[in-house]
Structures are given as structure tokens and as C-alpha cells.
Ligand binder design. Structure first.
Ligand SMILES: *[C@@H]1O[C@H](CO)[C@@H](O)[C@H](O)[C@H]1NC(C)=O
Length: 316
């Protein structure tokens, strides 16, 4: 109704002018409120200064997603829950992974104690023309083989199972643990863990990978070294006793996995490795060599060592 709007009176004018002023004021107020809200939310949800790179943020998001996600249905041979086995890729040439805190200090101490009573000077697989005399000094550590079947504490079995899960290579493919002690000055010149058929003759099975579990911290020296990492030093007539290249410092309970073979079965030349001399302290390490065939050889009843002792051999 026309009349309801009332006459043009001063009161009506005043109301109109208030409305005309009120509309822009309300808009301005809303805009300010919106901006305040926007900045407020940015302050609350902005990443902390330490999160500078994109990778950590991505990892953070993955972590959040994992927390809400239930474990996948598992098959008969699988596991009902997820496991966290942290690792660091040390190198792609050779393929080398580091596993911090793979074993506990107690587990390490148990293995050292068990091995201590059985230590003997480490031996070498000899090639044509090599004998004890002319290979002296290549491998100066003491060691022993320990099989999980003769370990009543169950620790070796636990470690074996964890290695099998981390590598997805069944436990049966592993040789018995070779536990080594390096004292001051003791070392292991660079060598391959795999056996080149051209030098050692045809092999029934081959070592695919090696898992080293450091049983003690070493105050100084004793690093595992890969002198050819990423193809370096390969063309300089490298002295196999020299400690160069990628060096991995032993830390109690930490694990180091590397592959000696490419996927096509040939030996990866960059998997050449050795042990730098211990300068201070003592180095204890348990090595698990993993083969392409199931390893069912039995330790000799006389020496506790395997019937055909394998290791290494320096390449020349
Ligand atoms: C095996 O694989 C490696 C790495 O991919 C390659 O460099 C090499 O040539 C291959 N050897 C044979 C015989 O296929």
C-alpha cells in the first residue's frame, strides 16, 4: 500500500539517510570481519618455520592419513598390522640402505657374549695362487659363525626374522651369522661378498645381499666403506687397503643392507666394500649373507665354521 510508506516527513528522511549510510557501513563491516577471519586462520594453520621444504610436508600429510586408516586385510602368510622399520637410502650405486635402531642394545650384547667364547682368526676364501701367507693382512679380524638354531636366547632368530621382513627375502636364504671382532688396527681390505665365477669357478649359489648389524659403537675408525660408490675411484688404480669413498660409521643396534648383484644376476662393481681400521675402541659386527638359493649347509662340528668358508677375497 502506498500509504504504508508514509508521507515524506523529516522522520522518514532521517530513516532513509540512516539506511543509506547503513548499507555501505554493513558491507565494510562484513569485509573487515572476513579479512580478520582470513588472517586469523592463516596465523593458526600456517606451517611452522622449520617446515621449509616440500618433502617434510608431504610426509606429514601421509602420516596423518595413516593414523586414520585401518590396516589392510592380510593373507594367510601376511601380518595383521603395519610395521615401522625406518630406513635411509645411503646410495643407489651400490644399493645400500641404513636401518637405525634395527636391534636393541640388549640384543647386541647377547650376540657379542655368545660369540666371544668362540672367536677364531677370520679366514679367507682363496683364489688360485693365493695361500695363507700371501693373503696375510687382508682380513685381520677374529670371528665365528653363529646359527640361530643353536641360540637358546632366541635373539638371533628375532634378528633373522626382522631382516627377512625388511628385505622380503625368506629367512632360509640367509647363511648363519658371521660375527666379527675388530680390535685397534684391525681391518678388512676392500672386497666383494659375491663370488665372481670367472675367478672362483662356477657357483652353486650366489650371495645377493649382505646385512651388517653393528653390535657396538666404535669410538674412532672401523667404518664400513664403499670406495666405488657412484663409480668414483674406479679408474685410479685404487689401493684396496685405503679407506675412502662412502663411509658408514658403526653405531650399536644399527643395520646396513647392501646388494652385491644387479637384478640381472651380475655383480655390481660398486658393491666393493671393506672395513676401515679401528683407531679407538673395538668393533663388533654380525653379518648375514643372503643368497639366491636356500642355504642348508651345516656348520662343521669341529670348528663351528661352515664346511666351505666363503668370504671374501680381494679383487685385483
Ligand atoms: C646387468 O644390469 C646392469 C645394471 O642395470 C647393467 O649395467 C649390465 O650391463 C647388465 N648386464 C647384463 C649382462 O645384462
Amino acid at each position: 500500500m502506498k500509504g504504508s510508506r508514509g508521507p515524506r516527513s523529516p522522520l522518514w528522511l532521517a530513516r532513509l539517510s540512516r539506511e543509506k549510510l547503513g548499507l555501505p557501513a554493513a558491507l565494510l563491516f562484513c569485509a573487515l570481519f572476513f579479512l580478520a577471519g582470513l588472517f586469523g586462520s592463516l596465523l593458526i594453520f600456517s606451517p611452522s618455520p622449520s617446515q621449509d621444504g616440500r618433502v617434510p610436508r608431504l610426509l606429514l600429510e601421509l602420516d596423518d592419513a595413516d593414523a586414520e586408516r585401518p590396516a589392510m586385510n592380510n593373507g594367510k602368510t601376511g601380518e595383521p598390522t603395519t610395521t615401522l622399520i625406518p630406513f635411509q637410502v645411503l646410495s643407489w650405486k651400490p644399493r645400500a640402505l641404513y636401518f637405525p635402531k634395527f636391534a636393541t642394545a640388549e640384543q647386541c650384547q647377547t650376540i657379542v657374549k655368545k660369540a666371544k667364547s668362540r672367536l677364531r682368526p677370520s679366514t679367507l676364501a682363496l683364489r688360485k695362487g693365493e695361500n695363507a701367507e700371501n693373503t696375510k693382512g687382508i682380513r685381520t679380524s677374529s670371528g665365528t659363525f653363529l646359527s640361530s638354531s643353536e641360540d637358546s636366547s632366541g635373539v638371533l632368530r628375532q634378528i633373522e626374522e626382522k631382516i627377512a621382513r625388511a628385505t622380503m627375502i625368506p629367512r632360509e636364504h640367509g647363511e648363519a651369522f658371521n660375527v666379527l671382532r675388530y680390535e685397534i688396527g684391525q681391518r678388512y681390505a676392500s672386497h666383494y661378498d659375491a663370488f665372481n665365477p670367472a675367478e672362483y669357478g662356477p657357483q652353486k649359489s650366489q650371495r645377493v645381499a649382505s646385512f651388517l648389524l653393528y653390535l657396538t659403537d666404535v669410538e674412532e675408525g672401523g667404518e664400513t666403506m664403499f670406495p666405488y660408490e657412484d663409480g668414483s675411484n674406479m679408474d685410479i688404480g685404487y689401493d684396496y687397503e685405503k679407506c675412502i669413498g662412502l663411509k658408514v660409521k658403526p653405531r650399536q643396534g644399527d643395520g646396513l643392507l647392501f646388494y652385491s648383484l644387479f637384478l640381472n644376476g651380475t655383480i655390481d662393481a660398486t658393491s666393493l666394500h671393506g672395513s676401515c681400521p679401528v683407531v679407538k675402541g673395538e668393533k663388533w659386527v654380525a653379518t648375514k649373507w643372503i643368497r639366491d638359493q636356500i642355504d642348508n649347509r651345516q656348520p662343521s662340528c669341529h670348528t663351528g665354521e661352515y664346511m666351505y668358508d666363503l668370504p671374501p677375497h680381494v679383487i685385483k
